[in-house]
Design a protein around this ligand. Structure first.
Ligand code: ZN
Length: 269
């Protein structure tokens, strides 16, 4: 598939097509009931973008894309509502969901790095750059990105799936966790699986990755094989973990999530 979205911090001097805006307030995206590219175009929104902080995100085909932070004084157009991106994420076309996730992360960074974290001086954003600099002490900040591993563990034909208390009822997924400072991805895989399930793994292999803007992760997917141990649940984040046979799976995450892609790839082997 042709890469239709090109992330950038430098807006084109003369955009060929109308801008697309991703408007947020309190971390929620302003969106219509039916989400489509045309409904996020500039003609739909009755606002002067110059009235609100915005950040350039990159080009979707010929459309320059921007995040916008609306204030409480903004009047919501009819048929629109502010919704948590997490709720909309799997309902949106995949490409728009990815850009909306980028928009949210960059808008969050813009809003939460207005002052230097070291000396509290107001920061200045460098031109055409997602970098803020403190004019007093020189400290720089960038949009945050937290790498997290997500792993499908198998024992022959069986796969290890677990559920968090936050999941919809009955749904199980692959295990996941954040990478610690100083740790390799492979070490994070082995540690997280051990911590969350008590299982040891071997033959860890890379699968693929997915941006996950809740709040600012990059999910890095792996396969791993069972190497020993019994399932022991000690982590509060996991309420159940089990081995499932390929032909007796529980409810699993929706298409386009990396968890689902890991599971579908394993099932197709
Ligand atoms: Zn400073």
């Amino acid at each position: 598939m042709k890469n239709r979205f090109l992330p950038s911090a430098t807006p084109p001097p003369q955009p060929a097509a109308a801008p697309l805006y991703f408007p947020f307030r309190d971390g929620k995206l302003l969106a219509p009931a039916t989400i489509g590219k045309q409904l996020l175009s500039t003609t739909t929104f009755q606002f002067n973008p110059g009235d609100y902080p915005q950040q350039y995100l990159g080009m979707l085909d010929n459309h320059p894309c921007f995040s916008v932070q609306l204030s409480t004084s903004y009047l919501i157009p009819e048929g629109y509502a502010f919704s948590h991106l997490r709720k909309l994420f799997f309902a949106m076309p995949e490409l728009l969901a990815i850009i909306a996730g980028r928009a949210k992360q960059i808008a969050d960074w813009d809003e939460t790095h207005r002052f230097c974290g070291r000396c509290a001086t107001p920061t200045v954003q460098l031109p055409n750059n997602h970098t803020k600099e403190c004019p007093n002490c020189g400290l720089t900040s960038f949009p945050r990105l937290a790498p997290a591993i997500i792993v499908l563990v198998n024992d022959g034909e069986k796969l290890l799936l677990a559920r968090s208390p936050r999941f919809p009822e009955g749904m199980y997924s692959t295990l996941a966790g954040f990478v610690e400072p100083g740790e390799t991805l492979e070490e994070a895989v082995a540690r997280e699986i051990k911590e969350e399930s008590g299982i040891s793994v071997k033959n860890i292999s890379y699968f693929g990755s997915q941006p996950w803007p809740f709040p600012h992760s990059l999910m890095i997917g792996f396969f791993a094989e069972y190497a020993g141990g019994e399932i022991i649940l000690e982590d509060d984040e996991i309420e159940d973990a089990r081995w499932f046979r390929k032909d007796a799976l529980p409810a699993i995450p929706p298409k386009f999530s990396i968890a689902r892609r890991l599971i579908d790839t394993f099932l197709s082997r």
